[in-house]
Design a protein around this ligand. Structure first.
Ligand SMILES: [Zn+2]
Length: 79
């Protein structure tokens, strides 16, 4: 049987616990960011009237449904 002192045992327990918490944190944060990016992937903000609309097509210049102006497809930024 392996003999380990109590302080080493506590240290191992804390290290494993922190590693699990850190791994879960990174994983959940990564999946949250991926979900957020996917949600705004087709969202476009009109450069003229600032109207936000969804355009799932691959058209490089989607037309704004409110004012009819053509918009360049660029990455939508959240505040
Ligand atoms: Zn517009």
């Amino acid at each position: 049987m392996i003999r380990v002192s109590l302080s080493v045992l506590i240290f191992i327990y804390l290290a494993v616990f922190l590693a699990v918490v850190f791994t879960l944190w990174i994983g959940l944060e990564w999946s949250r960011q991926r979900r957020e990016r996917r949600a705004v992937r087709h969202r476009i903000r009109c450069v003229l009237c600032a109207f936000e609309f969804e355009d799932p097509s691959e058209d490089p210049l989607p037309r704004c449904p409110r004012c009819g102006s053509l918009n360049e497809r660029e990455r939508f930024r959240m505040l």
